[in-house]
Design a protein around this ligand. Structure first.
Ligand SMILES: [Zn+2]
Length: 127
């Protein structure tokens, strides 16, 4: 269970940015691969606990799971590996090698605009 360590490390980065920008973070996106996959529920809980009484308290944390990719040795295409259907989707070969797993990454942090409310900073929905 590495979520607690990850949550603390992410929180530290977010707080550093928040201090630099002098703004309150409202949303962050974390992405992970399959071998270092985070459990969404455990991660949110760990993050909420770590963020309590910091500038990041109450912010929204999103977790993006990036599928593992493999490269076919026969036709050389790269495809999303599906554990329930582990063949090349193009030539049906079972000879392939895995590509490097996606790293654990803090992709994006959104900050509250000090001049405008969060609601007003959104673009109106196109009709
Ligand atoms: Zn193939």
């Amino acid at each position: 269970m590495h979520e607690t360590a990850v949550a603390e490390s992410i929180l530290q980065t977010i707080c550093d940015y928040a201090a630099k920008m002098n703004a309150r973070p409202v949303r962050a996106v974390v992405s992970c691969g399959q071998f270092n996959a985070l459990n969404d529920e455990v991660m949110r809980f760990a993050f909420e606990a770590a963020a309590e009484s910091t500038v990041a308290q109450g912010m929204d944390l999103q977790i993006r799971h990036i599928p593992l990719r493999a490269a076919c040795k026969a036709c050389r295409i790269s495809f999303e590996f599906d554990i329930y259907d582990p063949v090349c989707p193009s030539c049906k070969s079972m000879e392939f090698e895995f590509e490097p797993d996606a790293p654990l990454l803090l992709e994006d942090i959104e900050f509250e605009d000090p001049n405008e409310g969060i609601a007003e900073s959104k673009d109106p929905e196109p009709q």
